[in-house]
Ligand binder design. Sequence first.
Ligand code: NAP
Length: 306
Amino acid sequence: MLMWEFLKEQWNTLPLPVSPELCAGKTYIVTGSNIGLGLETAKHLVRAQAARVILAVRSAPAGERAREEIEAATGRRGVAEVWSLNLASYDSVRRFARRADDELDRLDALFANAAVYLDQWTTVTSTGDGADQGEVGKEEETSVVVNDISTTLLGLLLLPKLADTARRFLQSKPRLVIVTSALAFSVRDDLDSIRDDVFDGLNDQKKANMRNRYALSKLVQIPIVRRLARLYPPEKTGVVINMINPGLCRTGLARYSTWYYQLYIDVLRVLIGARTAEAGSRTILYGVAAGEETHGKFLSGCEIKE
Ligand SMILES: NC(=O)c1ccc[n+]([C@@H]2O[C@H](COP(=O)([O-])OP(=O)(O)OC[C@H]3O[C@@H](n4cnc5c(N)ncnc54)[C@H](OP(=O)(O)O)[C@@H]3O)[C@@H](O)[C@H]2O)c1
């Protein structure tokens, strides 16, 4: 995307893509919805008469605060529910997906919005299915686990529920909406350096350039979504899979990074004219309003931008 194109899109006034006609009676999951773009996305869904909106968050108190804020803003009680999901743990992802399968009658969209921006190397130890038998977990870099692997795992685990909804509720066009970033395209060279073995490469601290890690995790997401879209076409599943770039928004995304990076982002936001979180959420909501032609596509500014 050229700089001028990027700025023009950034300053566009975006339409609100959701309405009661689209959302009434439907069930949605929004990951990372205690704050930022996810919170504003969930608020719009509740206001648009969704029946259930699951706030999938890693901190229960933060989730409760978000639920209260949504209820106060929309005047609708008992629609938003706080469910625990920690994307830094595959066990938590699996538990969440099982709960969704057991407790939700339908699932009209998963907004895979949660992500973390880290510019320092940290790892999480993931446990596989053999954890009960004492299997030792593997150490993996945190942002790759949260932004790429767990996000994909959750999408895959919930795909059958989305497909089942498509079969049973003919008016529903379920969606798997994955939030990515145009920043991804600024680090193509970093991907080239690990192209032969992407996930081992990402887990090699010696090769890691943590300044670019967030952008790289978002770049890795793009071919993953495209592959998912090829493997699961809407003709077979009834589910549309698309990915969204929300543009530069005023949120706390960089709050876990170093103070100088936070300062850099703050200055950039002022210079470029970042969107509010509410405006950014409109781009994400477009993922459920847009048609089947968006399957496997990169959406930005409420349009397909390939
Ligand atoms: N803001 C921008 O300019 C911008 C631009 C392009 C793309 N995006 C994308 O937009 C999405 C939303 O970002 P945002 O700007 O709204 O940032 P945000 O305010 O920091 O929200 C991120 C959300 O992800 C959650 N999260 C982080 N690690 C998690 C984990 N291990 N398990 C579960 N949830 C976790 C956070 O929870 P906690 O509050 O508990 O940390 C928070 O709810 C992200 O995918 C981001 O990459 C943002």
